[in-house]
Design a protein around this ligand. Sequence first.
Ligand code: DMJ
Length: 611
Amino acid sequence: MNFPAGFLGNNAAAKVFSSLRRRGISIRHIAFTFGLSVALLTLYFNFFRLTGYSFSADAMHYPPETPEVWADRSLQVRDAFLHAYHGYERFAFPNDELRPLSNASINNFNGWAVTAVDSLDTMIMMDLKQEYNRAMIAVHNTNFSLPTNTRVPFFETVIRQLGGLLSAYALTNNDILRTRADELGTILAPAFKTASGFPKFSVNTVRGTSDGPMVGGLAEIASYQMEYAYLGKITGKKEHVDRATAATRNFYSAELREHGGMYPMLWNLSSGQARDSHLSVGAASDSAHEYILKQYLMTAQKDKANLEMYLRFTSHVFNNLMYISPNRHLLYITDSKLYRTGNRPTHDFEHLSCFFPGLLALGAHTLPLDNLEEVGLNFTALADDLLPKQKMGYEELASFNLTDLHLWAAEGLAQTCYLTYADQPTGLGPDIVTMLSGGVRPEIPWMDAMREWRTSGRRGPPPGVEDKHPWVGDSTPRNGREREMAFAMRDYYVKNADYQLRPETVESLYILYRVTGDVKWRHRGWAIFQAIEREAKTPSGYANIDKVDTYNPQQLDVMPSFFLAETLKYLYLLFQEEDPVPLDKWVFNTEAHPFPVFEWTEKEKEEYGVP
Ligand code: DMJ
């Protein structure tokens, strides 16, 4: 075909077309290719519009922001803290929490100003002297034995109130904080009057009795060792230390063969033995696992029992509870429950489990995982009293460098936690998602994928670790077809769509940034902070969100104290250039209260019987 005169426009274009003609490419070919491309692009964009999904460029090539930019971002988090705390002070102090929509207050704990006490160490780190001094009025005025409340929940009071007092003491040496911590630790002590020494659910502070069932949830019965050990250290009181060591003793001697060395969810408070076989690092189990490593780190890595227990339960998790999703290859951690056919994974992935990548990164950073002989441990021998199948699992793990393996797991899981935020129209993360499982292309156990990756020549990053793009869209399935669609696009559907201002994801982002120095973790935290500002801010504070997976979510009248104690603290620390509480010198309790790493003196070791 001849091109019409003038069509080619200029000499360059004429040359191009004549060279194409020489290669046998006519204008018909070009028109056909053009038409096909337009059709395919239209189909592509309509598909995503109809399904409600859009491809969102996760800034994988993150801009190299200057230190000043990060300093400014940490100041913006400080402003957010001030906004929330001033609202609490104005409308709720000295009650427990603010209701951020109605500006009412609530005493949902003990009426001991839990938001103020939970916030003390954040104020110290942010250099908020005036707020700190005003909050200390509550510390001076609190009398724990006044009959304001007769049923004090042990776990929540320990992690928030006792933890808050202790870390503020550690950062200031102010004696009134130690005195109040000692009073509180003592008044809660009736909880420990069980045959095993595991605490009961609550304490009657007036009668000096404890209350609750003789079967306790794992997190509630074993997340106090750090608080009581540090309390024993700073008061010199053996009874506090004895309470702390009971948990380690019980766990170390528990019969766990059929649970693969992991700690099930329910425990008998008389016998000190497990009562069921539900294995999870999420709700009702989470912080007990956290304290096994952290108790070891806080007491300067001397208590080998805790190290062994940490290695056992993480090995069980790696071999049994971690999967790669079928399409997006997301790495996730789930729980396993007893069904009629035996223990099986639920494939639920909880926001509460998102502390776990941070814990793994902390372990990889602080422990000699690739040279355990250095601390007198033979890794595979830890499985000697487990079933043969589990022993084989340990051998598989040992064929990798354990430091690498733990860090890869941390990175892959933290990325999935972040993506459950970035995938939503609100940019905030749902409380629980259910991952796609059991289909024609099923999920793959992570260690199987790791084996395959290794045998095929370790091409590219390990499974689940490579950077991924978010898929933004309305994902609440209203019918079977939409559920399939959500599954297919994201590899999960949103099971509990609320955002509760929880800290776990930003906690892990903070630890991963400190451990790897990779700026992507900071950028991801910044995206989450911006979403909090956009969606959760109210005139007097910040509010929980009902449905993160819609374009018009509602705010709820709740602002938990852990939003100030944990979420904003971790974000602030993530953006700070210098970490005021470096990970090798401080250990955070489960409510983000930092305690210093310390060693027992020879005299204390002898007197308390501690390693
Ligand atoms: C916090 O109170 C603590 O981190 C606890 O261990 C688990 N849940 C909340 C926040 O989600």
